[in-house]
Design a protein around this ligand. Structure first.
Ligand SMILES: Nc1nc2c(c(=O)[nH]1)N[C@H]1C(S)=C(S)[C@@H](COP(=O)(O)O)O[C@H]1N2
Ligand SMILES: [Mo]
Length: 402
């Protein structure tokens, strides 16, 4: 049975989170049909578009956001599609867009010979498979005490997924190469935008530095199956090692651009800034992910004796050097071996530490280090929107052994 979140997993909402900004914000939230954040997340109804999922493995935060329960991850490397988190900014497009997948069209611009291509044609250009961690920028937001606005993700807005798709560099080559001066790869989502709202304020359009193109895929399969509509089918941009938002679903336009998109989601959204400040283009954008790990079991209680303490670790755009586990909130650390196959630098690695535990209360934490020597810090990186949390202390679990 999947475990229910502990109190640390589901902190009480502050007044600020319930009010989410001023009157203008509330108006646009209701226009988009978002369910406001509410207490008692477990009581929220299961939206139709995720009825195919194992909903007992998910925590539903709104009708467009749901995360994987900490205890549902298990010790396999790949996150099954039916427990993977979902984060939609807009209503999910209709099933009709996956009725004839190969007919899906993508417009390419910012290249020597700009034109549109169908998915059928794209598939003739090349194929590659990559395993990546898909993680929302705000995964861990619930641990910030200042009440960062947005989905109150604990650890479950992340999964390790195998993508198959067309390498972007092959597509650009087929189109005669980048136009001179191109610096960013800009992808636009294909959702129909709600009427009456300024397009730039709602469109999912993200720019990443052009060198990310070397690894980028236009993915049409996820975990060996046609990409589900929920996760961006028929076609999605995958930027290995980058935060979720850059992995644009239902991608309909890919442009090599001199500047970053002026869409809100790029210009002021997903910008790291001090608590209390507004987002602006000069602040760091949520691009490459940082090194991170967390324990996935045991949770809450465990029997005295031998226990297997397990979790997941990843290095963002770097491969991992290792991971350590502490049973006393960081006083003493022990290296925890990885298990299972290494699916490459962008995948996560499950780890397991065997420990003989006597009765008592344990604060179990984990700390990963990447190949460049970057380790998870103890503290959370305080910032207005609660992005990029990889502090090990908040991510620990308290386990009563008896
Ligand atoms: N077109 C489109 N792409 C999108 C989004 C979206 O709402 N629309 N959400 C982004 C965000 S913020 C995240 S975290 C991931 C979530 O991917 P998933 O829903 O497949 O788990 O998709 C990204 N790509
Ligand atoms: Mo996200």
């Amino acid at each position: 049975m999947p475990q229910h979140p502990t109190r640390r997993d589901a902190p009480t909402l502050s007044r600020r989170q319930i009010l989410i900004g001023g009157a203008g914000t509330l108006a646009s939230v209701s226009l988009l049909g978002l369910t406001p954040l509410a207490r008692g997340q477990d009581a929220l109804p299961i939206p139709d578009f995720i009825k195919w999922k194992r909903t007992d493995a998910l925590i539903v935060h709104s009708n467009k956001t749901m995360e994987t329960r900490r205890g549902a991850i298990g010790t396999g490397v790949v996150t099954p599609s039916d427990i993977l988190f979902v984060r939609n900014n807009l209503p999910t497009p209709p099933e009709t867009i996956v009725a004839d997948r190969d007919a899906w069209e993508v417009a390419f611009s910012g290249v020597t010979a700009p034109r549109s291509m169908t998915l059928g044609e794209l598939k003739t250009l090349g194929v590659e498979t990559v395993a990546t961690v898909l993680q929302c920028s705000g995964n861990g937001r619930a641990f910030f005490p200042h009440g960062a606005s947005g989905s109150q993700w604990s650890v479950g807005a992340a999964g390790c997924v195998i993508w198959t798709g067309v390498p972007m560099r092959e597509v650009i080559r087929a189109l005669g190469g980048p136009e001179s001066g191109a610096q960013y790869l800009t992808s636009t989502g294909g959702e129909e935008l709600p009427e009456g709202l300024d397009e730039k304020s709602v469109v999912v359009e993200r720019s990443v530095p052009l060198d990310a193109m070397e690894q980028a895929l236009l993915a049409y399969e996820m975990n060996g199956e046609p990409l589900p509509l929920t996760h961006g089918g028929p076609l999605r941009m995958v930027i290995p090692g980058y935060y979720g938002v850059n992995n644009v679903k239902y991608v309909k336009h890919v442009a090599l651009t001199r500047t970053q998109s002026d869409a809100k989601i790029q210009a002021s959204g997903y910008r790291v800034r001090p608590v209390g400040e507004k987002g602006a283009p000069k602040q760091p954008s949520m691009w490459a992910m940082n090194v991170k790990s967390w324990i996935t079991g045991p949770l809450d209680t465990a029997p005295a004796g031998r226990n297997l303490i397990h979790g997941v670790a990843f290095g963002g755009t770097e491969s991992l050097h290792g991971v350590e586990v502490s049973l006393d909130n960081g006083e003493n650390w022990r290296a925890a071996p990885f298990i299972g196959p290494d699916l490459g630098p962008f995948a996560w690695r499950p780890f397991v530490l065997a420990a003989d535990l006597s009765a008592g209360e344990y604060r179990m934490v984990s700390r990963a280090t990447d190949a460049k020597g970057n380790s998870q810090p103890r503290e959370r990186p305080d910032n207005e929107r609660g992005y990029g949390h990889n502090g090990w202390e908040d991510h620990g679990v308290t386990v009563t052994v008896s």
